[in-house]
Design a protein around this ligand. Sequence first.
Ligand code: GRF
Length: 210
Amino acid sequence: MTDVKQLRLGILGSGKGSNMVAIADAVAAGTVPAVIAVVLSDVAEAGILERARERGIRAEFIAPGKFRTKLDEAAEMAYIAALQAAQVEVVVLAGFMRILKGEFLRAFANRVINIHPSLLPSFPGLEAWRQALDYGVKVTGCTVHFVDQGIDTGPIIVQQTVPVLDDDTPVSLHERIQQAERVAYPAAIAALARGAVTVRGRRTTLGQGR
Ligand code: GRF
């Protein structure tokens, strides 16, 4: 029997952690050949930390510093150090509400991924489900993509569509998108862990891998 290498993941989130739970469940079920090495949050009381600890996953709050939408320099260094100490190979953003740039992206070049609740490039930024509803689209969804210096602009790994129903509210549409996220994120991470993702410019292909 050949040993499949386990990809070491570091998950960053600020919220309730439903994506982290879906990834942890897929790891436990053996469908994603990875291990969650550490979960980090900029919010001390975030659900994602509690839900990670319940599952025996190391989880730490790291203070974000003085800014509202990004990490300050010292915090950025602390996040990088914690991820490197845990020997993280891929950084998974799961509702992390701060923009990561410069030093962080250099430390994990082409190894940071994010999930966004729309079919990018439509509706980047905040509350993408509300933007979709206000615009009146009939189909939206979620996108797993690599993180680059822009906001929600990196090469796309996986997208999944979700219908917009006539009687949708922002809450009902967001919930339907989150159900899709819980499938799309583990699928994208499984492809990465199997070495199946090739990136050429903006285009990625998901081959067979190992
Ligand atoms: C998800 O809806 C994701 O699209 C967005 O942040 C939300 C995180 O939710 N980036 P959760 O903390 O994983 O439940």
